[in-house]
Design a protein around this ligand. Structure first.
Ligand SMILES: Cc1cc2nc3c(=O)[nH]c(=O)nc-3n(C[C@H](O)[C@H](O)[C@H](O)COP(=O)(O)OP(=O)(O)OC[C@H]3O[C@@H](n4cnc5c(N)ncnc54)[C@H](O)[C@@H]3O)c2cc1C
Length: 416
């Protein structure tokens, strides 16, 4: 392993932007990611598939630079101590010591349970998009996309461009809320407004239902239809896939394993992206959901600070703007309490261990429920059902533990 001045976990927009900034400043960078290709979520698939000029520009600098090392297919499973990470690479444990660490671990989807959500063919909205970008054929297959937030539209476009028939997009927020979001975009985020208008115009033939929610996904061995309700009206759409997404949850497990402070389910950082731990910075979705522009500018500012350089006035202005947009997203698409009604007593909440809502409801906390049922004890270790229980029952989410993902015994034996 070549020595590095800055180790970065996550090669999404935040990690790539940080690596680019650091390399341009003359530093040696090691970029670690569990995927085979760089890009994270939005730039998934690697440089051959990228269309965003910012990603291509970054990669032009990085890909053959002698000071740039990329560890791909490398899963960070936790920390060994406060200056070293434990990775699993091809089932082998690898210890990586760092002087300065930047965590850019992104976010995952928030899944909320409803009857039939465990049927094959039901995925997250981003999950379906990732499958399509990964090559899953959807030509002439019918798809319904439901939930809340801009990711529904991005997924619809990906599906449509791959030849799928998108039967409907069902947005939970009502028209007044969406109109006020649009107005704020127009007034304060002109470029985002332009992107939204362009997206809507490309999706104009797809029915867009507002103020709607899923009642049930139906099917025998796989999803065949979905019932949705808008106001008093109930409609059933036949579909081969249902993509249901209700927003994103920051990936904070690695930061927690390094004992970084968190608040509101995100890593706490200062104005220069520094965490409370010496030599550890965080950037992108793990510090709060805000999209690609926030990830890029936070990654840049974190790298500058890690190398004892100051951000410019323009950098600071971009950071403020991206945080303003993040706050607008949070206000406009916060999952509304009425979505709890989707989950009936018999609905499975913990899909790894088949625990239904009725078994969880009598308990007062995640810990109590975990002692009495098998909730959160399957392979996802509560990453999916923990956030769902937080939303459904108001429980504090489960604390992260090492390993942050299931790991081999060989890797676990390295933890002191
Ligand atoms: C499924 C999904 C789809 C999305 N699609 C869109 C979209 O179409 N348009 C849009 O604007 N936004 C989309 N987003 C939002 C997206 O997260 C941001 O726009 C942007 O990608 C955030 O960049 P980031 O660098 O913070 O995180 P990410 O892009 O999520 O990158 C994080 C990277 O860290 C890696 N990683 C995390 N933990 C570890 C670990 N322990 N060990 C090793 N590697 C690790 C991940 O594999 C990933 O490559 C999507 C989000 C999700 C979850």
């Amino acid at each position: 392993m070549r020595p590095a001045d800055l180790h970065i976990v996550g090669s999404g927009p935040a990690g790539l932007s940080a690596a680019h900034t650091a390399i341009n400043a003359g530093a040696r960078v090691c970029l670690i990611d569990n995927d085979h290709a760089p890009g994270g979520q939005i730039w998934r698939g690697g440089p051959d598939k990228w269309t965003d000029s910012r990603a291509l520009e970054i990669w032009k600098t990085l890909h053959a630079h002698p000071h740039f090392t990329r560890l791909s297919n490398a899963q960070v499973i936790g920390s060994v101590d406060c200056n070293s990470l434990l990775l699993e690479v091809k089932d082998e444990p690898v210890r990586v010591d760092f002087e300065r660490l930047l965590i850019c671990s992104g976010a995952r989807e928030l899944f909320l349970p409803f009857p039939g959500w465990t049927l094959p063919g039901v995925t997250g909205a981003g999950g379906l998009q990732a499958l399509i970008k990964g090559g899953m054929p959807v030509q002439d297959r019918s798809i319904v996309i439901a939930g809340s937030g801009p990711l529904l539209l991005a997924t619809a476009l990906t599906a449509m461009e791959a030849g799928a028939r998108v039967e409907a997009i069902v947005e939970h927020q009502g028209l007044p809320q969406l109109s006020s979001f649009g107005l704020e975009l127009l007034l304060r985020h002109r470029e985002k407004f332009r992107q939204a208008v362009s997206l809507f115009s490309r999706l104009r033939k797809i029915p867009y239902l507002t103020g709607g929610r899923i009642v049930e996904a139906r099917g025998l061995d796989a999803v065949q239809s979905v019932v949705v309700r808008t106001g008093r009206r109930q409609q059933e759409f036949a579909c081969d896939f249902l993509a249901a997404g209700f927003g994103l949850v920051p990936n904070i497990d690695l930061a927690c394993s390094l004992r970084c402070d968190t608040a509101n389910d995100a890593v706490v950082v200062d104005a220069l992206q520094k965490t409370n731990r010496p030599h550890i910075w965080a950037a992108g979705e793990c510090t709060g959901i805000g999209g690609v522009d926030k990830a890029i500018i936070e990654g840049r500012i974190a790298a500058l600070d890690a190398l004892a350089m100051l951000p410019s006035a323009q950098d600071r202005a971009m950071l403020r703007q991206s945080h303003d947009f993040a706050a607008l997203l949070a206000r406009s698409f916060k999952p509304d309490a009425s979505l709890r009604e989707m989950c009936l007593p018999g609905t499975i909440v913990c899909r790894c261990e088949d625990v239904a809502a009725s078994s969880l409801a009598p308990h007062r906390s995640w810990r109590e429920a975990k002692l009495a049922t098998r909730v959160g004890m399957g392979p996802c270790q509560g990453k999916t059902c923990g956030a769902a229980c937080q939303f459904l029952f108001g429980w504090a989410p489960p604390a992260s533990r090492i390993p942050i993902v299931p790991a081999s015994a060989a890797a676990l034996s390295q933890i002191e």
